[in-house]
Design a protein. Sequence first.
Length: 118
Amino acid sequence: MSQARPFDPHIPVLTELFSDKGETPAESAVDSAPALDADPEWAALERRLSERIVQQLQEGVDIMLEQRLRESLEQVLRQAVGSITAELRRGLQESVDGIVARAVAQELSSLQQRQPPP
């Protein structure tokens, strides 16, 4: 046969779950709870808790915003540096091409002047 388990007072019985009014224990507990707004100590505690929670949230938001801003700036700066580098290369290449073309033209001109006429 099965052994009877000892009664656990933490497990509610049906009469505790449903009252005559049809309320659950949680609903009746809410009705019988003291009004927190009427007690200045509770109001002060609520204000301190709210301030602490807002501060913690703000710190988290600040960290997240800083991280996202850093990532966005890194991407923008990387693109800007890439564009500037490409533009500088093009400008440098044009300058080198121009310098080489003038140097070659001057050298050819100098060589032509040294050559005796035919």
